[in-house]
Ligand binder design. Structure first.
Ligand code: ADP
Length: 609
C-alpha cells in the first residue's frame, strides 16, 4: 500500500475498495433498516390485533360483571327485609337491614358500605366505612336521581378514596310497580383472585387497567393507578406511549368502553417484547452485513490491485516517458492514476503533435533540397556524358586514322595497342550512350495514355530485328493484345531491352526463341516476355535491375549492365511494376504490369494467353 497515500492523494488501489466499501455499507444499512422497519411494522400490527382481541374479551367480561352486579343489587333491594324496612322504617326493621347489609356478608361481598333511601330519596339507613361514604355522598344522589320503577339499576363511576378505588351499584326497591326506595351498595375495587385470573387470561407480559370514561381515575383491580400519558378513547385505535419511571419503556395499548357501565378497560403490552424478533432480525442482518462488508472489502482490495496494478505501472511509465514523474520533478503528481495518466497522455499527445509538425516541415525541406540536388546531379551527369562523347569520338577517329594511315609503319604490338584504344573508346561510347538513355528515362515528362500494345510491340521488334536476324532468333507475338495505359517511346524502349536480352542470353548453339503474350486481371494487363535462354539464379532477381549490374563478362555476353535499370525506371514512371520468373538453363520470363487502358472495354481485358 505504498502508493496509497502519496501527498494525501488517494490511489485507485485505495479509492476503489473505499468506494465499494461505502456502497456496501449504504446497501447493508438501507436494506437492514428497510427490512427492520417492515418486520417492526408487521410485528406491531400483529400485536395490536392480538391486544385488541384481548381488550374486547375483557370489555365483554366486565360488561357481564356490570349486569350481574346490578342484578345482585336489585335482588337485595327486593328482599323482604329491605321492602319491609322501606314500608315500615322501624328500629327493628332498620336493625334487620343493617344486619343484612353489613360489610362482608354474602350479600355485601367486598361491600364498603350500603345506603338505603326512601322513595323521596332521603337517606334512611347507612352501614359500613364512613370515610368512603363521605367522598361518595355527592355521587350517590346523582346515581339515584334518574332511577325509576322500570330501571333495574345503574353502576357508578369509580371514585378514588385514599389508596382504594370504590364504585357503587344502585337499584330501586319496587313493590307492585311502586318505588319504595333505593338501595346503593359501595364496593372496593380490589379483588386479588379475579385480578390474578384476568392476568393469566391476557398473558403475563400484559397489564390491564380499568377506569372511568372521561376522567383520570384508574385502577389495576387492587389500587388507584396513574392514568396513561395519552388521552384514551374507547375505540379500536392502537396507542403507543411510555409510562416513564422505573417501568418505563414503550408500550402499545388498546382501550374499550364497556357497554352498560361508565367504565373503560385498557390493556398494555411492552413494545420491547413485541419488537424482540424485529430487533433480533436487525442484529442478525447487521452482523451478516458486517461479514459481507469485510468480505467485500477484501475482494474489492484484491480486485482493485489486479485491475489497477497494470494501470499504476502504465501511469508511472508514462510519467517517466513524459519526463514528469515525481522523481524527475521533485513535486508530487496530482490526482489518482487515471487523472495523472490523462495529464501525461495529453502532454504526450501535444509533444507528438509538435514533433510531427516539426518532422513534416523537415521532411518537406529535405525533399525539396534533395529534389534540387537530384536535378542538378542529373543535368550535370547528362552534360558530362554528353560532353565526354566528343573526345571519345576523337579517340575513335584518330586511332582509326592511325591504323589506316600509319598501320604499315607500326609493328604488330603497336597495331594491337591502337586496336585496343579504339575498342576502349567504342565501349566507353556505348556506356555513355546507355547512361544518357537512363538519365533521359529518369528526367523529362512522361504523359501516360492509352496505347495499342500490338503496335508498340511491333515497333520494338523492328528495332531489334537486325540482332534477331543475326542470331537466327524466332520471335512469336500473341495476336489481339489489349490496350494499356502507358507512354509509347518509354514502353518501346522497355520492350526493346527485354526482347534484346531474350535473344542475347542464350547458350551458344541454341536457337533463341522469344514469346510475347499478355494476360489480364482486375484492370491490370500483365505483359510477358519469355525466352529459352540461360536463366537467372533467384538470388540475382533483384540485383540485375541496378545500374551496371551484370552477371557475365563482356566477352561472354556483351552489354553495359544498364538495360534492365532502364526497364525498371521506365515501367515505374508509367505507374507499373516489373518482375521475373526464371529456371536455370530453361529460360527467363520477365513480366510487366500496366493498367488496362481507361477507354478499354473490360471484355477485351481478359484475353486468353
Ligand atoms: P546487359 O544486357 O547490358 O548486360 P542488363 O541490365 O540488360 O544489362 O542485364 C543485366 C544482367 O542481367 C545481364 O548482364 C545478364 O547477366 C542478366 N540478364 C538480363 N536479361 C537476361 C535474360 N533474358 N536471360 C538471362 N540473363 C539475363
Amino acid at each position: 500500500m505504498a502508493e496509497s497515500n502519496r501527498g494525501g492523494r488517494l490511489s485507485l488501489t485505495v479509492k476503489l475498495p473505499l468506494f465499494i466499501g461505502s456502497l456496501l455499507v449504504v446497501t447493508v444499512v438501507v436494506y437492514s433498516y428497510v427490512s427492520y422497519a417492515r418486520v417492526r411494522r408487521s410485528a406491531l400490527g400483529l400485536a395490536g390485533n392480538r391486544i385488541g382481541a384481548v381488550t374486547d374479551q375483557l370489555a365483554a367480561l366486565f360488561k357481564q360483571s356490570g349486569s350481574t352486579l346490578i342484578r345482585g343489587t336489585r335482588q337485595v333491594a327486593d328482599t323482604d327485609i329491605v321492602t319491609r324496612f322501606l314500608t315500615n322504617p322501624t328500629d327493628r326493621n332498620r336493625a334487620a337491614v343493617t344486619m343484612l347489609l353489613r360489610p362482608n356478608t354474602t350479600a355485601g361481598k367486598q361491600v364498603a358500605s350500603a345506603q338505603v333511601f326512601d322513595a323521596r330519596r332521603r337517606l334512611i339507613a347507612v352501614t359500613g366505612d364512613s370515610a368512603a361514604l363521605r367522598t361518595a355522598t355527592a355521587a350517590t344522589s346523582d346515581l339515584i336521581a334518574g332511577l325509576t320503577a322500570e330501571d333495574s339499576g345503574v353502576v357508578s363511576r369509580f371514585l378514588a378514596v385514599g389508596d382504594s378505588v370504590i364504585y357503587a351499584s344502585a337499584s330501586p326497591s319496587v313493590s307492585n310497580g311502586r318505588v319504595l326506595g333505593y338501595l346503593v351498595m359501595w364496593r372496593y375495587l380490589a379483588n386479588p383472585p379475579a385480578r390474578r385470573q384476568l392476568s393469566e387470561l391476557i398473558g403475563t407480559d400484559s397489564r390491564f387497567y380499568i377506569g372511568n370514561v372521561g376522567d383520570n381515575v384508574w385502577s389495576d383491580f387492587s389500587r388507584p393507578m396513574d392514568p396513561p400519558p395519552v388521552a384514551v378513547a374507547g375505540d379500536t385505535s392502537i396507542l403507543h406511549y411510555s409510562r416513564g419511571g422505573a417501568e418505563g419503556g414503550a408500550l402499545i395499548a388498546t382501550a374499550r368502553s364497556i357497554q352498560g357501565v361508565p367504565w373503560i378497560v385498557l390493556v398494555e403490552f411492552p413494545e420491547a417484547r413485541v419488537l424482540a424478533p424485529a430487533a433480533a432480525f436487525l442484529r442478525d442482518s447487521l452482523l451478516i452485513g458486517a461479514a459481507i462488508l469485510a468480505l467485500g472489502l477484501i475482494v474489492a482490495w484484491w480486485a482493485s490491485r489486479q485491475l489497477t496494478g497494470p494501470l499504476v505501472h502504465l501511469t508511472r511509465t508514462a510519467e517517466e516517458l513524459a519526463g514528469r514523474g515525481s522523481s524527475s520533478r521533485g513535486g508530487e503528481p496530482e490526482g489518482d492514476e487515471i487523472a495523472r495518466l490523462t495529464t501525461v497522455f495529453e502532454s504526450m499527445v501535444a509533444h507528438v503533435r509538435e514533433s510531427q509538425r516539426e518532422l513534416e516541415l523537415r521532411v518537406k525541406t529535405r525533399t525539396n533540397e534533395l529534389q534540387e540536388r537530384n536535378e542538378e546531379l542529373e543535368s550535370f551527369a547528362y552534360s558530362i556524358s554528353h560532353d565526354l562523347r566528343a573526345p571519345l569520338r576523337a579517340m575513335d577517329g584518330f586511332s582509326q586514322a592511325l591504323l589506316e594511315e600509319y598501320g604499315d609503319k607500326l609493328d604488330s604490338t603497336g597495331r594491337q595497342y591502337a586496336e585496343r584504344v579504339k575498342a576502349g573508346a567504342r565501349r566507353m561510347d556505348l556506356l555513355i550512350r546507355d547512361l544518357l538513355a537512363y538519365s533521359k528515362m529518369t528526367r523529362g515528362d512522361i504523359k501516360v495514355g492509352p496505347l495499342e500494345l500490338d503496335r508498340v510491340v511491333r515497333g520494338a521488334l523492328d528495332q531489334v530485328e537486325g540482332d534477331a536476324r543475326a542470331r537466327g532468333a524466332r520471335v512469336v507475338v500473341e495476336d489481339d493484345m489489349p490496350r494499356v495505359q502507358g507512354h509509347e517511346s518509354t514502353l518501346t524502349q522497355v520492350l526493346m531491352n527485354l526482347i534484346a536480352n531474350g535473344i542475347k542470353f542464350v547458350p551458344a548453339g541454341r536457337t533463341p526463341e522469344v514469346r510475347v503474350r499478355t494476360e489480364g486481371r482486375d484492370g491490370v494487363v500483365r505483359l510477358w516476355v519469355m525466352d529459352n535462354g540461360i536463366g537467372i539464379p533467384p538470388e540475382y532477381h533483384e540485383r540485375i535491375f541496378r545500374v551496371f549490374e551484370r552477371l557475365h563478362r563482356t566477352d561472354e555476353y556483351p552489354g553495359t549492365g544498364i538495360g534492365l535499370a532502364i526497364v525498371r525506371k521506365g515501367v515505374e514512371r508509367m505507374g507499373g511494376r516489373v518482375g521475373l520468373e526464371s529456371e536455370a538453363d530453361r529460360g527467363t520470363s520477365f513480366w510487366i504490369d500496366l493498367p488496362l487502358a481507361v477507354d478499354q472495354p473490360p471484355a477485351r481485358a481478359a484475353v486468353a494467353p
